[in-house]
Design a protein around this ligand. Structure first.
Ligand SMILES: NC(=O)c1ccc[n+]([C@@H]2O[C@H](COP(=O)([O-])OP(=O)(O)OC[C@H]3O[C@@H](n4cnc5c(N)ncnc54)[C@H](O)[C@@H]3O)[C@@H](O)[C@H]2O)c1
Ligand SMILES: O=C(O)C[C@H](O)C(=O)O
Ligand SMILES: [Mg+2]
Length: 503
């Protein structure tokens, strides 16, 4: 339906979002990605092939000219959700996130491109599968990968100079270095690092308000120190710094674990630089089993436990009860997707804490005895961040723009009035939530002088003047958002007169 009738598709999903989002997005998308080559019917999105880097420009050119594209989602398929390397099938995550940019972020569906980079795969099942449609060789690393990425970015910025770039589900090897390099070059963000960091910081802020605690009194254990885990750690540090902590003080309140256990400062040769910046002192942990989550919790006495480890069931009864022993209101976020990979299910976390835990999950879950379980998913942040960057014509997406998104999302938490209502606004109003987040991002970009929207001629002609007050700006944002409504059929020469928004 999405391919044949976009108005019908987006209006249907909007009206039945709770029922249909899990089908077009998490968790079902995981199955669709894994089965990509077997279910393939017709191509969708832009396929870029590392064996043919010279074709990048021509392949992108099929999607339009400079004025036509606002937003590009790209994945190389190496770190799809918690199901790992899915090779070329990863293009479907770009398609799903691009669809959410329209559904939740109000971008015109024709102005968003989903891109898949085929740089090989290390997934043995795919390499041995005669139906696998991608390149059948191990992932290309190092210089050849870097040159391919550079060519992609160069072509993209030349051909679509106004486009915002969204990186999705890159593996831990490339995700952060690629982001660090290119965020200085074009407006871009990595959803798993920054989008996830933002949504978790927002729900944590709401949970702290509900329980009347201060952010700086938090101790956080992050179980799974990959893209998401370290993105969450960074966002918490950014927020602690805005509350007066130094970077070092803030980092000392965060304890990260990966498959080797707690990250310690004597593991530097095997940790990434980002992991190392959160390392605990090995000397202080001597004699303690740092591979045991329970033992780590016993020593740290965390107020917050975040799971992004892909390890189903890792938050056992003993883990949760140890959290509860040290905290009357523990904050517990099992975030690994898809659903079957959650570190625990909300029902258990609530029962094991006599319903005192504040729980939000990565995938959708039904309410437990009247307690709404918010979906702590980056779908609450990336559409608003992306829309804000597009509408403001931001030249960069700064940390402070992301922090503005966090504060705005947290302010809309229904849990602050009644904690049983969940930490994040309900899915039914996600387009409204995204408009609020976009407004906060735009106002911040204008304040920082990185918004070019008022300097350029608008596509509808004339200069735009963006209201500086929140309500006025939000009204302007909503006017720009694409709505799934059938438009009248008219003669081409009258098109200008029915433009209701700027596209
Ligand atoms: N809710 C959301 O919005 C959201 C956003 C991003 C990622 N995620 C989920 O988080 C999970 C991780 O995603 P990612 O992109 O960070 O992946 P990643 O591969 O970058 O990181 C996974 C991390 O888990 C660690 N790990 C593996 N086994 C472990 C174990 N036994 N104990 C402790 N740590 C272990 C790995 O060492 C690695 O550091 C996925 O399931 C993904 O779906 C959720
Ligand atoms: O895709 C999602 O549901 C969220 C997130 O980006 C993930 O990788 O799990
Ligand atoms: Mg992702």
């Amino acid at each position: 339906m999405r391919q044949q009738n976009k108005v019908l598709f987006y209006e249907l999903v909007r009206r039945h979002i709770r029922e249909l989002l899990p089908i077009i997005y998490t968790p079902t998308e995981g199955d669709a990605i894994a089965a990509y080559s077997h279910r393939f019917r017709k191509p969708e999105g832009c396929f870029l092939d590392i064996t043919d880097p010279d074709s990048i420009d021509e392949r992108l050119s099929k999607f339009g000219e400079a004025k036509d594209i606002d937003y590009v989602v790209v994945s190389d398929g190496e770190g799809i959700l918690g199901i790992g390397d899915q090779g070329m099938g990863g293009i479907r995550i770009s398609i799903a996130k691009a669809a959410l940019m329209t559904l939740c972020g109000g971008l015109h569906p024709g102005r968003v491109i989903a891109v898949g980079l085929d740089t090989g795969t290390n997934n043995k099942n795919l390499l041995n599968d005669p139906l696998y449609m991608g390149n059948k060789f191990p992932r290309v690393r190092g210089e050849e990968y870097d040159i391919f990425m550079e060519k992609f970015i160069t072509s993209l910025t030349k051909r679509f100079p106004h486009a915002v770039l969204h990186f999705e589900d890159f593996g831990v090897i490339n995700g952060r270095p690629v982001l660090e390099k290119y965020r200085k070059v074009l407006p871009c963000f990595n959803d798993d690092i920054q989008g996830t960091g933002a949504v978790v910081m927002a729900s944590m802020t709401a949970a702290l308000k509900i329980t009347k605690r201060e952010l700086l009194d938090s101790q956080v254990v992050i179980y799974g120190a990959g893209s998401a885990g370290l993105g969450i750690a960074d966002q918490i540090v950014n927020h602690m710094v805005t509350k007066g902590a130094t970077k070092e003080e803030a980092r000392a309140k965060i304890h990260c674990m990966d498959r080797r256990g707690l990250i310690l400062d004597d593991m530097h040769d095997k940790s990434t630089p980002a992991q190392q910046s959160y390392a605990d002192s090995a000397a202080e942990w001597e004699g303690i089993d740092t591979r045991s989550l329970v033992d780590v919790i016993e020593k740290v006495k965390p107020t917050v436990l975040v799971g992004c480890s892909t390890q189903a069931g890792a938050f056992t009864e003993e883990v949760i009860k140890t959290m509860y022993k040290h905290n009357p209101r523990p904050i517990i976020f099992p975030l690994s997707n898809p659903t079957r990979l959650h570190e625990c299910v909300p029902e258990d976390a609530l029962k094991w804490t006599d319903f005192n835990a504040l729980v939000a999950t990565g995938s959708p879950f039904k309410p437990v005895e009247g307690h709404v379980i918010s979906e702590n998913n980056n779908c609450f942040t990336f559409p608003g961040i992306g829309l804000g960057a597009v509408l403001s014509r931001a030249t960069v997406i700064s940390d402070t723009m992301i922090s503005a998104a966090v504060d705005q999302l947290a302010a809309g938490s229904p849990g602050i009035a009644d904690y049983k209502k969940g930490l994040l606004a309900p899915l039914e109003v996600i387009d409204e939530t995204s408009a609020q987040v976009a407004t906060a991002v735009i106002l911040q970009a204008l304040k920082e002088g990185v918004a070019k929207v008022e300097e350029e001629e608008s596509p509808a002609g004339g200069k735009v003047s963006v209201p500086r007050d929140f309500d006025g700006c939000m009204k302007w944002v909503k006017e720009q958002m694409w709505k799934p409504v059938y438009r009248p059929m008219i003669k081409v020469e009258h098109v200008d007169s029915i433009h209701t928004h700027q596209y």
